[in-house]
Design a protein around this ligand. Structure first.
Ligand SMILES: Cc1cc2nc3c(=O)[nH]c(=O)nc-3n(C[C@H](O)[C@H](O)[C@H](O)COP(=O)(O)OP(=O)(O)OC[C@H]3O[C@@H](n4cnc5c(N)ncnc54)[C@H](O)[C@@H]3O)c2cc1C
Length: 375
């Protein structure tokens, strides 16, 4: 019977398992958590951390402590290859780790190969969320030295929130900045709703963000960005929010993946050709239907992974299925205490929308901040 559960990545989809990890470490059972960092940051509040509305400790989970408090072993490292036949995980730095059951929640990276800026770091991919802390410090350092040009690439929810949050940060620092949002073809191109687009454009206007549509970012080098129409713009800093893709881990390991490289899982979140392998969040491709890479799915997969991993470790096969919601709630944080609400075609903007988002996000944090992070 399976005994050793390994969680790779302490992300949003693993939080319930982490909170109840003691159920996987009873008797002769063992659990190991391998993650790149001791902390995991909640992406939904990341833009709020950039603007200064939230402190870092308010938006993170202490994954190491969650694990060790429940008698699990925490390994701060990255898994770089999986051997599913031998059931072994190879790490970047440390010794290989064997598993009986493994679950992946390794997330995604920004789908833009950010050139390494020479001299000073000026290009910040918005994932991992820790990058937003580095971007915040860079803006604060430079805000007092004269007007800045800040460029955000990506017209999706993340790009919008980041651009709006930068404005609030610059205001707090008493600085001046031109903030450009290079949105690709158009703002929120994947959501077919004119009212939503108009509402977001209006809110961006309130935050004095210049919206650039019909152009894509091609390159960001130290001090300037190149756009798809052949023009280039001086930019002191660029934040990259150009969509996400799963890490190369599964492809590099020869596992079955979706076209985008995500671990291909069935409706029980189990890898299609490895019964002892599961996954959730941005790193999977859900075989029954493609899912947007949003935290909502990662969060809602929690109880399914909790149930199915417990069953797999116990050698049982009655697995639960994940049923994605047809429409999910989207509330954009516009940085100045206002938000834009969107669900099922309904759009409204204002302070109440942000208050609702803040309430939902704080309630989520409270549910899983069980290891003294906020203290
Ligand atoms: C700025 C921003 C704002 C967003 N706001 C929202 C929102 O309001 N609502 C919403 O629904 N979605 C939002 N999203 C989307 C959301 O970020 C993702 O869908 C969500 O992060 C997916 O969660 P995850 O746990 O799968 O991945 P991640 O949050 O990326 O977590 C992956 C974890 O795995 C670890 N890891 C990665 N690779 C390895 C490895 N090889 N070995 C070991 N550990 C590894 C990482 O350190 C990390 O802890 C936002 C995204 C961004 C960028």
């Amino acid at each position: 019977m399976a005994r050793h559960l390994v969680l790779v990545g302490g992300g949003h989809a693993h939080l319930t398992v982490l909170k109840h990890l003691d159920r996987f470490t009873r008797g002769d059972r063992q659990a190991t958590v391998i993650s790149r960092s001791a902390y995991h940051y909640y992406s939904g509040m990341g833009p709020g951390m950039l603007s200064g509305a939230y402190r870092p400790r308010e938006i993170r989970f202490h994954v190491r402590k969650m694990t060790e408090d429940r008698r699990g072993r925490f390994v701060e490292d990255s898994v770089v290859r999986v051997d599913p036949r031998e059931r072994v995980l190879y790490l970047k730095r440390g010794a290989p780790v064997s598993y009986d059951v493994v679950s992946f929640n390794t997330g995604s990276t920004v789908a833009f190969d950010a050139p390494r800026a020479t001299g000073r770091a000026t290009a910040f991919p918005v994932k991992p969320i820790e990058n937003l802390l580095a971007a915040r410090e860079a803006v604060r350092r430079r805000a007092g030295r004269g007007p800045l040009t800040l460029c955000v690439a990506g017209g999706g929810p993340a790009g919008i929130e980041i651009a709006a949050s930068l404005r609030s940060l610059v205001r707090q620092e008493g600085g001046r900045a031109e903030i450009l949002l290079v949105a690709g073809d158009r703002l929120l191109s994947h959501i077919d709703n004119r009212r939503l687009r108009a509402c977001v454009a209006r809110e961006l206007g309130r935050q004095e963000v210049t919206l650039v549509e019909g152009k894509r970012l091609l390159a960001a080098a130290d001090g300037s960005v190149a756009l798809s129409d052949g023009s280039s713009i001086r930019a002191d800093m660029t934040l990259l929010a150009t969509g996400t893709r799963p890490s190369r881990l599964f492809r590099d390991s020869g596992l079955t993946t979706g076209v985008d490289g995500g671990l291909l899982v069935d409706e029980t979140l189990r890898a299609v050709d490895h019964p002892d392998m599961f996954g959730g969040g941005d790193c999977i491709t859900f075989a029954p239907k493609p899912l947007d890479r949003v935290g909502v799915h990662a969060v809602r997969e929690n109880p399914i992974l909790m149930h199915n991993l417990a069953a797999a470790v116990a050698g049982r096969t009655e697995f639960r299925k994940y049923t994605p919601q047809r429409a999910y709630l989207l509330i954009l944080n516009m940085g100045d205490g206002r938000g834009v609400f969107f669900r099922n075609g309904l759009v409204w903007c204002g302070r109440a929308a942000f208050r609702l988002k803040d309430y939902i996000d704080r309630r989520f944090m409270k549910q899983f901040q069980v290891s003294g992070e906020a203290g």
